[in-house]
Ligand binder design. Structure first.
Ligand SMILES: *Cc1c(COP(=O)(O)O)cnc(C)c1O
Length: 819
């Protein structure tokens, strides 16, 4: 809780706008932008921000969660909620920024501002680790670096802080100015600027220049000349500069980078002498971020010896929550990276979003919040856990144990992590979702290891934030009122089942669709309550379909008749979906069958037509646009006839992913979003605007040196006339790595380099020609990620991304990440 607070009346004054206050003495401590994450409603101010959705739509939800203070732009809400405080502004985002700026100006603390394309959050977290012994630091939570994230970060500053470390990220021109004003960085750090020609900028140069605006008024700028090759030194902002590079002339000139075991040993010339440090990492990105931190410590006046001592103690930063399968059918959410109230709230939201088990357990270490009495802190945590419907708390640490009585539900407490580990064999964990959340020094990784199943070395990582980003992208493309049916057939295109459905339900899609009844039943058993359409309803599954409230696609008179039979013991308007064949010629009614269908539907009130739909065969392909247009016409005309007979209007839908953007007039009442959710859309050049959602990685098991003329694998397909070096990795065609990738067709990324397969793909293993690179057993091999994309893989073996994704076998463990 910040100790510098404002009354709502003071805030109204700061914002200089119209207001209507019922109680002008309410203290505002929390700024809320998402009605789903509310900590202390009495002291919260909700900003109705508009991005993909109009924030005003969520006022009702926020009100339901007891929020009574709002910043809005639409005055009519004032009358609707007469017991609330309202500040009425012309732009809610500007209001949020104005408030943050006012707050910032109350403090004269030292601040570090960080921008760049990559590494901002890591550098920020590492500087926090490096400087925490000398300063009382306030920093951006997670990667809060946007137009909204920066104000929220700066809002946390209070009188005790002596240093602020804030990151700023922009995605278009003219965005940095406002962030610069709010952060006011005395010291600037530029991280890796990235090669990518980012969307929102004309060129890399423009991107760089825009980012550098953060340092317009900085005293000191820490940078590498390698990041700023597009501009001249004269154009570099900041009164003083500190540079680092391997090139001559840098203040910190790196002369050697030597990996030793898991570490990296760095040497450099600084103030005319040779200095050194050890980083406890060996990957390229960490080494680069480590160099930035090294330069920063020196620029801040630390001696090389002090810097070395601190750098070697850096620890790994993982920004993401991980959702994995656990022992005894548990789901485990692993978040042992930080333990403060705001990240706890984020983790609890994610826990709350999980419906697969009614029982929810939190394993929590004690937290540290500066300037806060324990009683008050643990009281707030107890409220929060209750609000998020946690059923059991396992508290670890002596402080949290002292406040055991505040938690009025099932609890257990342990002095420390070792005591928990000792007691583990006697503890019960089964069929529940468990959040493991602890401060770093409690080493909760030991606990999550006990709770999770051993992860097989081949893992499909799914980035849930990216998926939400893709959903928002399509939300911004559909017309107001158009519903979204999310296609989660075939394990959500290979990415998972209830994990994805939970996310989509939480983000309020309207419908889900699966291929078979089994898939729908599994979702129901995992607590999914959204309506679910089943596209291939087998007759044998009708009973189960009805029992689980699934909605069948009806594509023929036969299937309709047998479904009506199955309904004979029931007497309700059971929802069904009528599929029209408008040209796909797969499933669906033809024009010729419409009379019989109408008759049957008319004579029967056991079913209610929830929707009428059809499918476009080539919505993404311009060469077939005429055909698509004919399909749409045909569908509209058949649907119209049917609606006349029915006497009511079901939902109409025809557009799949590519149809959404290419055929906006065919969005009708609903769209069926499939592959776009997972990051692909053939209607978008290079999937522009979409985010990569999946990474498939495996591990190197063995490395061998082969003599000239040796061969590799079955049938001696892989030949090495000159000899060379091969690596065996733990993925084969049984995992979904197609045999067509054999003999050099497929490539994987190891230590940042692409290496080709050699010989045939085996059932569980693949051999790679790694003659050109440095590696050792245990290294990671990336089958696909953002750089080495599924699109590329699909091209290599002449298929489509759909097939690559859905082929990944169920034995490949899925791990979900959520920020
Ligand atoms: C799979 C499927 C979709 C989704 O298609 P995408 O191209 O993945 O968006 C839509 N409608 C039907 C009937 C489908 O089977």
């Amino acid at each position: 809780m910040p100790n510098h607070t404002y009354t709502i009346a003071e805030i109204a004054e700061i914002l200089h706008y119209n207001f209507k206050l019922i109680d002008n003495q309410v203290i505002i401590e929390y700024l809320v932008i998402d009605s789903r994450s509310v900590l202390v409603p009495e002291n919260s101010l909700f900003f109705a921000l508009s991005s993909h959705r109009d924030g005003h739509e969520f006022i009702k939800d926020a009100y339901g969660k007891d929020i009574r203070n709002f910043v809005i732009t639409e005055e009519r809400y004032v009358a609707e909620y007469p017991d609330c405080n309202f500040i009425i502004v012309t732009d809610a985002l500007i209001a949020l920024q104005t408030l943050a700026l006012h707050h910032r100006n109350q403090f004269n603390l030292k601040t570090i501002g960080i921008t760049g394309s990559n590494g901002k959050t890591i550098v920020k977290e590492w500087l926090y680790q490096l400087l925490a012994s000398d300063f009382n630091i306030v920093r951006s939570p997670k990667s809060y670096n946007s137009q909204i994230g920066v104000p929220l970060s700066v809002w946390q500053i209070d009188a005790e802080n002596t240093l602020g470390i804030f990151e700023a990220g922009i995605s278009a021109v003219n965005e940095m100015e406002s962030l610069e004003k709010i952060i006011q960085p005395e010291i600037g750090i530029l991280t890796n600027i990235g090669e990518a020609h980012a969307e929102g900028f004309q060129s890399k140069k423009e991107k760089l220049k825009e980012k550098l605006k953060l340092f317009e008024n900085s005293e000191l700028l820490i940078y590498s000349p390698e990041y700023i090759t597009e501009i001249s030194l004269k154009e570099l902002p900041g009164k003083k500069h500190f540079s680092w590079s391997s090139k001559q002339g840098a203040d910190l000139r790196i002369i050697a980078v030597e990996p030793i075991d898991g570490n990296c040993y760095l040497r450099a010339i600084y103030q005319d002498r040779e200095i050194e440090c050890m980083l406890p990492f060996k990957d390229k990105a960490s080494i680069e971020n480590g160099m930035i931190c090294w330069a920063t410590l020196l620029a801040l006046g630390y001696t090389p010896e002090q810097a070395d001592l601190r750098l070697e103690k850096l620890s790994h930063v993982s920004m993401r929550l991980e959702l994995k399968n656990g022992i005894n059918q548990c789901s485990v959410i692993d978040d042992s990276y930080s333990a403060d109230i705001s990240s706890l709230a984020i983790a609890l939201d994610f826990l709350n979003q999980q419906n697969q088990h009614p029982k929810k357990t939190v394993i929590l270490s004690e937290l540290f919040e500066t300037g806060r009495a324990d009683e008050d802190l643990y009281g707030e945590i107890a409220d929060l856990l209750k609000q998020k419907k946690v059923s059991r708390l396992i508290g670890i640490g002596s402080h949290i144990t002292k406040f055991a009585k505040l938690f009025k539900f099932e609890t257990q407490f342990f002095e420390d992590t070792s005591a928990f580990v000792d007691a583990f064999p006697g503890l019960q964990f089964s069929h529940e979702t468990i959040l493991v959340k602890g401060a770093r020094r409690f080493e909760f990784a030991r606990i999550s290891k006990l709770l999770t199943q051993k992860i097989h070395d081949t893992v499909l990582e799914i980035d849930l934030n990216a998926m939400v980003g893709n959903l928002q992208f399509y939300r911004s493309k559909i017309k107001p009122g158009v519903k979204i049916m999310a296609m989660v057939k075939a394990f959500s295109y290979g990415s998972g089942s209830f994990e994805i459905a939970n996310l989509l339900q939480f983000h309020k899609v309207d419908y889900l669709a699966v291929a078979y009844a089994d898939e729908g039943i599994a979702l129901r058993k995992a607590g999914i309550t959204l309506p679910i359409m089943v596209m291939s309803p087998e007759e044998s599954a009708f009973e189960a379909i009805i029992k689980h409230n699934l909605e069948p696609e009806i594509y023929s008179l036969e299937i309709l008749n047998s479904f009506l039979n199955a309904l004979s013991d029931y007497d309700f308007n059971y929802p069904i979906h009528i599929k029209i064949d408008s040209g796909m010629h797969r499933l669906g009614f033809d024009q010729a069958e419409m009379d019989n269908l109408s008759e049957l539907l008319n004579a029967n009130d056991k079913v209610k037509v929830q929707s009428i739909f059809s499918h476009l065969v080539a919505s993404g392909e311009a060469e077939h646009d005429d055909f698509s247009a004919r399909q749409i016409d045909k569908f509209n005309s058949i649907a119209k006839q049917l609606i006349e007979v029915l006497g009511y209007k079901p939902l109409l839908h025809i557009a799949n992913t590519s149809g959404i953007t290419r055929w906006p007039d065919a969005q009708m009442d609903m769209v069926r979003l499939g592959i776009g959710l997972y990051g692909f859309d053939s209607a978008l050049l290079n999937n522009r605007g979409l985010k990569t959602t999946m990474v498939l990685k495996t591990t190197v098991t063995q490395v061998k040196i082969l003599d000239a003329g040796e061969t590799v694998g079955y049938s001696r397909k892989g030949v090495m006339p000159m000899g060379g070096k091969i690596a065996t990795v733990k993925i084969g065609y049984a995992d979904g790595y197609n045999r067509a990738f054999g003999n050099g067709v497929g490539k994987m990324l190891i230590n940042g380099q692409l290496v080709p397969t050699i010989g045939s793909i085996c059932m569980d293993m693949t051999m790679l020609d790694v003659s050109a690179i440095d590696l050792k057993p245990g290294d990671e091999a990336i089958v696909f990620n953002q750089e080495h994309s599924i699109m590329q893989l699909a091209k290599e073996i002449n298929t489509i991304p759909y097939e690559i994704l859905t082929n990944i076998s169920q034995r490949v463990k899925r791990v979900y990440f959520y920020e």
